[in-house]
Design a protein. Structure first.
Length: 189
C-alpha cells in the first residue's frame, strides 16, 4: 500500500533489540532495513517494534546516521523532542495567558484535548494507559489564565507518583506542557 509505505519508510524499527531504518517490504513479507553499520538486511516475517524515541538508547547515533543517509521520516520519530526523567517534575506553573482561550487554542494546535481545565495527553506506556494533565484553567475563555501543575493519572483517574510514570508518558507529558507554556506572556511581550 503506497500510503503505508510512505508513512513507514525510514522509521527506526527493532527486531531482537537491534535497530534499523525500515526501507522496503518484499512481496514475500520480509522487511528490508539498513542497520547502524549501513548494511542492508532482510528480516523474515514476524513482529517488529516501532519504538518511541525516548526508548532508543542510541538516539543520538540514530539521528546522525539517518541524517547521513538522507532519511526523510514522514512520522517525526527521530526528530521528536524527548524528555528523560530528572530529579523532579519540571515546573511549568505560573505561565500567564491574557485569555484562557489562547492557552486552550495552543493546546489544540499541538493536538491536545482540553478536559476539565486540563490539557490532556493520553499515552499507553508499557501496556498501561496513563494520561498526562497540565492545568490551564476553567474560567471563562476570555478571562486571564495561569497554568498550573503537570501531573499524570492512571486508568483509575488517580494521580501517579512521578516514580510510577513510565518514560514514554513522562516524555510526552513534559513535551505537552513545554509546548503550551512556551506561548505564555513573558516580560518582553
Amino acid at each position: 500500500d503506497p500510503a503505508w509505505r510512505e508513512a513507514l519508510t525510514d522509521l527506526v524499527v527493532l527486531r531482537d533489540d537491534e535497530p534499523g531504518l525500515l526501507k522496503d517490504a518484499g512481496e514475500d513479507g520480509r522487511l528490508g532495513v539498513v542497520d547502524l553499520d549501513a548494511e542492508t538486511a532482510w528480516l523474515e516475517p514476524g513482529p517488529i517494534l516501532i519504538p518511541h524515541p525516548v526508548l532508543l538508547a542510541d538516539l543520538a547515533d540514530l539521528r546522525e546516521f539517518a541524517a547521513e543517509l538522507g532519511a526523510a521520516q514522514r512520522v517525526p520519530q527521530l526528530a521528536r523532542e524527548v524528555h528523560h526523567k530528572g530529579a523532579g517534575v519540571p515546573d511549568y506553573a505560573g505561565g500567564r495567558f491574557s485569555e484562557l482561550r489562547h492557552a486552550t487554542a495552543r493546546a489544540a494546535r499541538f493536538g491536545f484535548r482540553v478536559r476539565g481545565g486540563y490539557a490532556v495527553c493520553p499515552v499507553v506506556d508499557s501496556g498501561r494507559p496513563v494520561q498526562a494533565r497540565y492545568w490551564l484553567g476553567d474560567d471563562g475563555p476570555d478571562y486571564e489564565a495561569y497554568t498550573g501543575d503537570l501531573i499524570w493519572v492512571g486508568a483509575d483517574e488517580r494521580p501517579l507518583e512521578p516514580a510510577d510514570v513510565g518514560p514514554v508518558a513522562w516524555s510526552e507529558g513534559v513535551r505537552m506542557a513545554e509546548l503550551i507554556y512556551a506561548g505564555r506572556i513573558t516580560d518582553g511581550d
